[in-house]
Design a protein around this ligand. Sequence first.
Ligand code: PMM
Length: 272
Amino acid sequence: MGIVNVTPDSFSDGGRLPDARAAVEHGRRLAAEGADLLDVGGESTRPGSTRPDEAEEMDRVLPVVAELASLGHVVSVDTMRASVARAALEAGAAVVNDVSGGLADERMAGVVAASGAPFVVMHWRGLLSDPHARPHYDDVVAEVCAELADRAATLSGQGVDPAQIVLDPGLGFSKDAAHNWTLLAHLDRVLDLGHPVLLGASRKRFLGRLPARPGAPLDEDAPASRPADRDVATAATSLLATRAGCWAVRVHDVASTRDALAVHEMTERHRG
Ligand code: PMM
C-alpha cells in the first residue's frame, strides 16, 4: 500500500489544484513502482496537527480518489469520517482505512457494512485520551490484541461482515518505541486474531533512532534521523511483516519495500 497524503504541506506547490494533480502523479508513480493499493488521506495524524473540517477533507481527498480510481488503481481512503468514506467509495475507492477503527465516528460501521468493502481497523486509544498522550500498557501485545478483537466483535455486531475486517496494531499511535518494537516482534499474535493484518511502520519515529551498530546500546538522546532517511529500516519492517504473514504494509517509499519483498519471494522460491 503506497501512501498518498493530500495535506497542504505534503506537496509544496501550494493551491488546491496543483496539490491534487501532484498527489495523482505521486500515486501513479507509487503504482508504477509496485504498489497494489494507493492510500489517499487528507488528514495528518501527526502530533499537534489540526483537523481539517469535513468539507476541506472532502475537497482534498475526493478528486484524487476519483482520478486514481478512474485510471484503474485500487484506492483506499484514509479517513475517520463516515461521510468522507461514503463519498470516497462513491468516487471509486475500494477500501476504507480508519486509524480510529470506527471509534471516531459512530456512523462509520454502517457505511462500511453497506459497502461491503475491506475495512482497515487500526488499534487506537484516541477516544480514551489524546492519541499521542503518554501511553500505558502492562502487556502491550495482549492489550492491543484484546482491544482489536473487541473492536472486530463490536463492528460485526453493527453489521460489518468479519470477512471485511483487516486489523492493524497501529504502530506509533499511543505507543512508544518499546511498544512498537514489541508489537513488531509479536505480529504472529495479531495474525492469530484471524483477520488479515496491515502494518504501518513507514518512516515512523522509532525507526529513526536505531542503535549505531549491532550490539551497540541505544542512545536515548541521539537525534532521530529525518523521515526520508528511514526507508531502509522501513523496508526491513516490510520484510518482517511479510515473513510473519501480513496482508499489506503501508509505506511512503514503495521501491525499497518492493525490493525487500522480492528478496522474500526469491528466497521462498528457492527454499526447495
Ligand atoms: N499511520 C498513519 C496514517 N494512517 N493507517 C493505518 N492503517 N496504519 C497506520 O499505521 C497509519 C495509517 C500515520 O502515518 P503518516 O502520517 O506517515 O501517513
